[in-house]
Design a protein around this ligand. Sequence first.
Ligand SMILES: *Cc1c(COP(=O)(O)O)cnc(C)c1O
Ligand SMILES: [Zn+2]
Length: 411
Amino acid sequence: MVSFEILCIECGTSHDPSRPAYACSSCGNLLEARIDEAEAAADLAEGGHSERPLSVWKYREAIPIEDATQAVTIAEGGTPMVRCRRLEEELEVHNLWIKFEGANPTGSFKDRGMTVGVTKAIELGMSVVTCASTGNTSASLAAYAAAANLDCAVLIPEGKVAMGKLAQAMMHGADVLSIKGNFDQALEMVMTAAEELGMYVLNSVNPFRIEGQKTAAYEICDQLNGVSPERLYIPVGNGGNSAAYWKGFREYDSMDLTSGCPLIRGIQAEGAAPIASMFSEDRSELIPVEDPETVATAIRIGNPANWKKTVAAIKESGGSASTVTDEEILEAQKFMARLEGIFPEPAGAAALAGFMKDLDEELVDRSSVVVCVSTGHGLKDPDTAIAQCAKPRVIEPTMEALSRMLGGAGE
Ligand SMILES: *Cc1c(COP(=O)(O)O)cnc(C)c1O
Ligand SMILES: [Zn+2]
């Protein structure tokens, strides 16, 4: 296994990696895994990683897990990078890609974090895993807990979880607890439960989840044949994933497996934008949004747990965060579905919405190599999709009725 430390991002205190920890014991800030990059680079080369098919575990030598042959895996990662020819034409840009994370086994990027996080839970001898979730985290954790034969309890905000996600958590056999409150309150409860009931928390404050999610950045570089994109657009909820991508690009660059790092544009929904407002108001402290509201339920987060990590990452990349409206998100969702054949859930269209807005405001060069991360699958949230589309037309079962309908459609 690669040498690594668990360090506080603020005061640098090192923590014992053989015990579960989500916050610094001396200052309470977030923790991160720091791997020995030189060692990882040498081991990746020696292991022949460039010959392996794309997947999270292609990069096993850069993932701080004791024994990757024991990984709890259901074939996550290795998701499509789609060159968006029709969108390029429509938007008059030259080099646009969508990294479709909805193609992961449970339909969101959360699987990259869970394969590593649940493997770590086993390594640490934990028997119960838990999370608070707007939906996808619980769907993913429930699946990996099932594969690992661990007990799983998930806390979701009552009435605010898309139907597909709820179905997944229930089907995989998790104990699903519906909280009469919002996500932020559910997360607080989970953190207390971790301490008092000895459960292993797999929210994105868990540094090992980030270690899995960073592999999406490695993959993008591999899929672009060893170069980084110039810009990455990514939705920001709790901010774990955007921080993970930045970590991935930085590590891959310093291991000499790609050249350069992209500028990161973090995209939030207007009604849930505590991080974007830090940028627009030039503030260095987070002011939580009391009642976050957006159609993109996966990023309906008012008090993002990883704000410090992601703000630092976005700034270091030379980028910034901004907002899109729900209308812009839904328009981008339809665009992706109708021009590229990719069906994202609303949060999975926010990055493209942000790129389209930047184009409108002339904030981006039309020839830049741009990757928009589409974080989750549209089938997660069929209600929102159906509400936007015309109902199927009902006809008699005759050829006459059919030809009248189809003939009429072209007029
Ligand atoms: C979890 C999630 C996000 C937000 O990611 P963070 O790491 O919380 O910023 C965005 N989109 C989808 C589909 C998600 O499931
Ligand atoms: Zn600290």
